[in-house]
Design a binder for this molecule. Structure first.
Ligand code: IPM
Ligand code: MG
Length: 369
């Protein structure tokens, strides 16, 4: 059998820097665990625009469709702010999500013991926090038609459309219930059924999938605004949260910041199974391209490294190796290593992006003893 294939799209800003550390991890698994990946690399976002005048070429799109998993760094930056909407770096990422049909976006928000003091919330509210947001990623207001800026009479009107079909809701609900069974067995579904018809349908379909297929999982429903409030009040009440594309965008940033460490959080975007049984998949850190610190060796590579751990778990069924990598990250944090984003107000001496990656590799080595 041929080696599993990975397409690496480092993208913009700190993307290439953090991805260089992931390369070290991938190489380690090849050398020390005999898990050899066929890795290729390509451009996305502003980097692709600079080279080709588009944030994602058709050729890159085709490569992404053909591999077992895509690893993406980050896209965007002020340099591209003035570009036409249709060629903005973000359009490259949105095209990947849409054309690969990556409908289930898994965003864990996990509070690392060593970092519980970093949250803006009190330590007892976040210590031990481990929730999973499942965000619908290929529909809703991000993609609904009609959309555009139109002229009506003597003024312009900006239009986007929130739209969900039953099958789109059902499939992401199933993803959430499946995940819940492997975790705390609880799902909370969030929408605005009090205001939006799409929310009414969302609630109905999630309930029906639950009753017909997952009655063993505990299901609750919350309006998304109340959900935001509850996430800051007592986040540990949640296990899996399932929600739409836009609410998921907002709630996952909120949940990420609860943990105090946006630079730490990975994500997986999963689609339907391919012929080989693996899901279509793209893995990326939750953080952005952080142009203000790009090129300074200040970036925290952990979110991107943990995204690769998610790839091991969800694409390659290598849960034990994913555990090993996550434990290695926990170890370097417990040992006190901190990149600049993890420096408290009292300061300290941060390690570079590369030193953090090397430390994770060393911790992986130690895991073999
Ligand atoms: C995210 C980001 C993206 C989104 C942007 C970069 C298009 O905020 O992945 O959460 O809005 O989905
Ligand atoms: Mg976002």
């Amino acid at each position: 059998m041929s080696n599993p294939s990975l397409l690496i799209l480092p993208g913009d800003g700190i993307g290439p820097e953090v991805m260089a550390e992931v390369r070290k991890i991938i190489d380690w698994f090849g050398a020390k665990r005999d898990l050899v990946f066929d890795v290729s690399e390509d451009l996305v976002g502003g980097a692709a625009y600079d080279a080709h005048g588009t944030p994602l070429t058709d050729a890159t799109m085709a490569r992404a469709q053909a591999v077992d998993a895509v690893l993406l760094g980050a896209v965007g930056g002020p340099k591209y702010d003035a570009l036409d909407f249709s060629v903005k770096p973000e359009r490259g990422l949105l095209r990947l999500r849409k054309e690969m049909d990556l409908f289930a976006n898994l965003r864990p928000a996990q509070c690392f013991d060593a970092l519980a003091d970093f949250s803006s919330l009190k330590k007892d509210i976040v210590a031990g926090l481990d929730i999973m947001i499942v965000r619908e990623l290929t529909s809703g207001v991000y993609f609904g038609e009609p959309r555009g800026i139109f002229t009506e009479g003597n003024e312009r009107v900006g239009i986007n459309t929130q739209r969900y079909t039953e099958s789109e809701i059902a499939r992401v609900a199933r993803s959430a219930f499946e995940l819940a069974r492997k975790r705390g067995n609880k799902v909370c579904s969030m929408e605005k059924a009090n205001v939006m018809e799409s929310g009414i349908l969302w609630r109905e379909v999630v309930q029906k999938i639950h009753d017909d297929e997952y009655p063993d999982v505990e299901l609750s429903h919350m309006y998304a605004d109340a959900g935001a409030m509850q996430l800051t009040r007592w986040p540990k009440q949640f296990d899996v949260i399932v929600t739409d594309n836009l609410f998921g965008d907002l709630l996952s940033d909120l949940a990420a910041m609860l943990t105090g460490s946006l630079g730490m959080l990975p994500s997986a975007s999963l689609g339907l199974p391919m012929a080989n049984g693996r899901p279509k998949a793209l893995y990326e850190p939750v953080h952005g391209s952080a142009p203000d610190i790009a090129g300074k060796a200040l970036a925290n590579p952990i979110a991107c490294i943990l995204s690769f751990a998610m790839a091991l778990r969800y694409s390659f069924d290598l849960g034990t190796e994913a555990d090993r990598l996550e434990a290695a990250v926990q170890k370097v944090l417990a040992d006190g290593l901190r990149t600049a984003d993890l420096m408290g107000p009292e300061g300290g001496s941060p390690v570079s992006t590369g030193a953090m990656g090397d430390a994770v590799v060393a911790a992986l080595d130690a895991s073999l003893n």
